[in-house]
Design a protein around this ligand. Structure first.
Ligand code: ADP
Ligand code: MG
Length: 406
């Protein structure tokens, strides 16, 4: 039997009862003969004692302008607490275990603190510990620069730690344990009748994740896809297998390599500002370049771009809107802006070229009297921009329109 990577998220580690389930999954897979690498996140969510956001709040409240390097050091603490707690619990059950930090587990990253990129995973230490029949517990979300500084991998980074280990160790499977039953057609906190998908392709979930479905980090999916390592997203609180993420050839509901559904799910991103800039004289030449160059120079990422000779329309995150407006005014332009928007997406591999999809989207939203502020599409996704207060209703209406609950 080979190596299995198990990743347990924040809620899975947050209470003694949840940790009992974690131990159960570890014991079951050990009994099945796997060598286990267990990646853990910090315990709980914002407000809970050892959660990463709580640690950060503490530092910020003290009025510290904590430098990025030190912030990463602080943010690394949550996972260490979580991992060592689990180690103690396993030893109590006579299961031999060892904890490795991101650095000790071999994660080499660049020095982009707070959102570091993995350059290499040097697995010799993990393999040595596995050969000694230990369960190797790795603190998720962490890495180390060439010069030995702690780095963190950004939001959802523990997912990335898990699939990167899966890839580097050529694991048989990566199991992402979380607080829902698997990947659903929508966030179940918003769409109550969201349905669990039994299997999805890497591309489908990657697109959903990029559009805001935060059940797994998109970067984690890309890494798994490159290495062709299957991933299961499953519940910590049951033994059900959850959702299999793999290449569609392996699926039961595949025809000609394409999954037999044209819409996979719906997702959303909140807190978006729409910016509109009229081009003087209705002739955009020059102004268009100026606008996007200025955004780039200010390090503001733009989305939902629509350029016509008369107008440039795009979105930025709400927290960048003031800066963006100021930069445009400096260019002598008079931008209009609308903050508090949400980007709602309909995602599916089969959207490309199917007639009438946009009509159905418009039909669903206008029936609910929801104003579409902007729309765009690619071959896998259709996006609509709506006011934030319309987001929940939009998501539910689209979910119903495409009968995703079936
Ligand atoms: P963890 O701490 O285990 O990493 P996360 O909060 O990061 O957990 O991810 C799980 C959450 O993702 C769920 O509680 C759910 O609300 C949310 N979510 C968003 N979109 C989806 C989706 N399409 N399917 C399942 N869960 C989703
Ligand atoms: Mg997560």
């Amino acid at each position: 039997m080979g190596i299995l990577v198990q990743k347990f998220g924040g809620t899975s580690m947050s209470t003694p009862a949840a940790r009992e389930h974690v131990i159960r999954h570890i014991k079951r897979e050990l009994a099945a003969g796997f060598s286990l690498v267990v990646v853990v996140s910090a315990m709980g969510r914002k407000g809970e004692p050892y959660a990463t956001d709580t640690l950060l709040d503490m530092a910020v409240q003290n009025g510290n302008a904590l430098p990025d390097r030190e912030k990463d050091l602080l943010m690394s603490c949550g996972e260490i607490i979580s991992a060592t707690t689990l180690c103690g619990l396993l030893e109590q059950e006579d299961i031999r275990a060892t904890v490795l930090t991101g650095a000790q587990a071999g994660f080499l990253t660049d020095n982009n603190f707070g959102n570091a990129r993995i350059l290499d995973v040097r697995t010799d230490r993990i393999l040595r510990e596995l050969r000694e029949n230990k369960v190797v517990i790795v603190t998720g979300f962490q890495g180390q620069t060439e010069t030995g500084d702690f780095t963190t991998l950004g939001r959802g980074g523990s997912d990335t730690s898990a699939t990167a280990l899966g890839a580097a160790l050529r694991a048989e499977m990566v199991d992402i344990y979380t607080d829902v039953d698997g990947i659903l057609t929508a966030d179940p906190r918003i769409v109550e009748d969201a349905k669990q998908l039994s299997q999805v392709s890497y591309t489908e979930i990657c697109n959903m994740a990029y559009q805001g479905a935060k059940v797994i980090h998109p970067r984690a999916v890309e890494i798994a896809m490159q290495a062709q390592i299957p991933v299961r997203v499953r519940s910590t609180f049951s033994d059900a297998h959850g959702t299999l993420v793999a290449q569609p050839e392996g699926f039961s509901d595949v025809q000609n390599g394409i999954v037999d559904r044209f819409v996979t799910g719906v997702a959303y991103v909140n807190n978006i500002t729409q910016i509109a800039v009229e081009c003087p004289d209705g002739n955009g030449t020059g102004v268009q370049l100026q606008i996007f160059k200025s955004m780039a120079d200010n390090g503001i990422s733009v989305d939902f771009i629509s350029v016509t000779p008369a107008e440039v329309l795009y979105t930025v995150n709400d927290d960048k809107s003031e800066q963006a407006i100021a930069a445009l005014q400096e260019l002598g332009l008079r931008p209009r802006s609308l903050s508090g928007c949400a980007k709602v997406s309909v995602i599916g591999g089969g959207i490309n070229g199917v007639p009438g999809i946009m009509a159905r989207i418009v039909e669903a939203l206008t029936a609910e009297k929801i104003q579409i502020l902007q729309s765009a599409d690619s071959n896998t996704t259709i996006w609509v921009l709506v006011k934030k207060e319309d987001m929940v209703q939009s998501l539910r209406a689209l979910h119903a329109k495409f009968e995703l609950h079936r």
